[in-house]
Ligand binder design. Structure first.
Ligand code: AHR
Length: 311
C-alpha cells in the first residue's frame, strides 16, 4: 500500500524540497497509527515530499518499497523494520546508490554499521526492565503473596521490541526475583488485539493459575482483557496486568482498573525524524542513536493523565 504526498520536486526559496521515502511496518496497533500520523504531519509541517508505504507487517513488502525509493532516487530513506535480520542486501543497494538510510522506531542487526546513519527511537530493553520494576510496585500495591506466575504476550517474532522487551524484563526477573517469579507461558500475539485475545484465551486453558500478564503492548493487553473476562476472571485483580505503549485505549483500560501499570513508549517520532533527515541530507554528523524520553504510569495516575494523552 503506497501513498505519496508528492508535490513534485519543487523548490522553496532556492532550496530543493527534500524527498523522503518512508516504509512503515503496518497498522497493527494504536501505537502504529499514532506513529504514522506523526510522521505524515511532521513531513507536511517540514515541507518535505513524503513517499509513504505501509508494509502490512511483511518484510518482503518493506524490501520492495525500499527498492522503489532507490529507483526513484529519493534524498533519504527512513524505515521502521518489521524484524531485525535480513536487511543487509537492500541496505547495500541504498548505500551503492548513495542514499542515506535512517532507522526509526526499530533497529536492525547488521554486520556493517555503515549501512544506516542513525536510529531514532526508544530503548526497548530498558522498557522491559521498567516493566519488571513497575510490576514490583503493582504486586506490593495489590498485597500479593506467594508465587508470581507470569504469562507473557510477546510482540511480533523477530522484531526488536519483542526481543528486547523480553530480554530487559528477564534481566530484572533473574537478578532480583529468581525465587518467586516465573514466566510460565510465553507466546507471540503479533502486537495485535486479535492476537492478544486468542493467545490469552489459550494461556487461560493451559495455565489457569497464571496471576500476572506482561503484554509487550497495550493492544495485546486489551485483547487479553476480553479473553480474561470471557473466562469469568477480573483483569487487574485476578490477573495483574502490565503493558507497554501508553495509547489512549490503554489508559482507558487502566482508569477502569483493568490494567495495573503502563510503561510508556512514545510513538510521536515524526518531528525528531524530520529534523534528523534534514541534518543527514545536509551532511551533518548525527548521533548513532537518538533516544526517546518516556515515563511510567501506575493505575492511580490514569484518570488524571488520560485527558492530556496525545495518542
Ligand atoms: O515498535 C514499537 C511497537 O510496535 C509498539 O510497542 C507496538 O504497539 C507496535 O506495534
Amino acid at each position: 500500500k503506497e501513498d505519496d504526498s508528492s508535490t513534485g520536486s519543487s523548490s522553496t526559496g532556492g532550496t530543493k524540497t527534500i524527498t523522503l521515502g518512508f516504509s512503515q511496518v503496518g497498522s497493527e496497533s494504536g501505537w502504529r497509527s499514532a506513529n504514522t500520523t506523526s510522521v505524515k504531519d511532521a513531513a507536511k509541517e517540514a515541507g518535505y515530499n513524503l513517499k509513504f508505504s505501509d508494509a502490512q507487517q511483511k518484510q518482503e513488502n518493506q524490501i520492495s518499497a525500499i527498492r522503489n525509493y532507490i529507483a526513484q532516487k529519493v534524498d533519504v530513506i527512513a524505515f521502521s523494520p518489521v524484524v531485525v535480520t535480513g536487511w543487509d542486501a537492500v541496505l547495500k543497494e541504498a548505500k551503492a546508490a548513495k542514499i542515506p538510510v535512517v532507522l526509526t522506531d526499530r533497529s536492525v542487526e547488521t554486520s556493517d554499521d555503515s549501512l544506516y546513519v542513525t536510529l531514532v527511537g526508544s530503548d526497548f530493553t530498558d522498557e522491559g526492565r521498567r516493566a519488571a520494576k513497575i510490576l514490583e510496585k503493582v504486586l506490593t500495591k495489590a498485597g500479593h503473596k506467594g508465587a508470581v506466575k507470569i504469562a507473557q504476550l510477546e510482540g511480533t517474532t523477530g522484531a526488536a521490541p519483542a526481543i528486547e522487551r523480553a530480554k530487559g524484563f528477564k534481566e530484572i526477573m533473574d537478578a532480583e526475583h529468581k525465587a518467586d517469579w516465573k514466566i510460565v507461558v510465553s507466546q507471540t500475539g503479533d502486537f495485535t488485539r486479535a492476537g492478544g485475545k486468542q493467545v490469552m484465551a489459550a494461556f487461560l486453558q493451559s495455565n489457569p493459575d497464571v496471576n500476572v500478564l506482561f503484554a509487550h503492548n497495550d493492544d495485546m493487553a486489551i485483547g487479553a482483557i476480553q479473553a480474561i473476562e470471557a473466562a469469568g476472571k477480573k483483569p487487574g485483580t485476578d490477573i495483574l496486568i502490565v503493558s507497554i505503549d501508553g495509547v489512549k485505549d490503554g489508559f482507558v483500560a487502566m482508569s477502569e482498573g483493568k490494567i495495573n501499570a503502563i510503561v510508556e513508549c512514545n510513538p510521536l517520532l515524526g518531528p525528531q525524524l524530520m529534523d534528523v533527515v534534514k541534518k543527514v541530507k545536509d551532511g551533518e554528523t548525527v548521533e548513532r542513536w537518538i533516544k526517546t524520553e518516556e515515563s511510567d504510569f501506575m493505575q492511580d495516575q490514569a484518570k488524571a493523565a488520560l485527558p492530556s494523552r496525545k495518542y
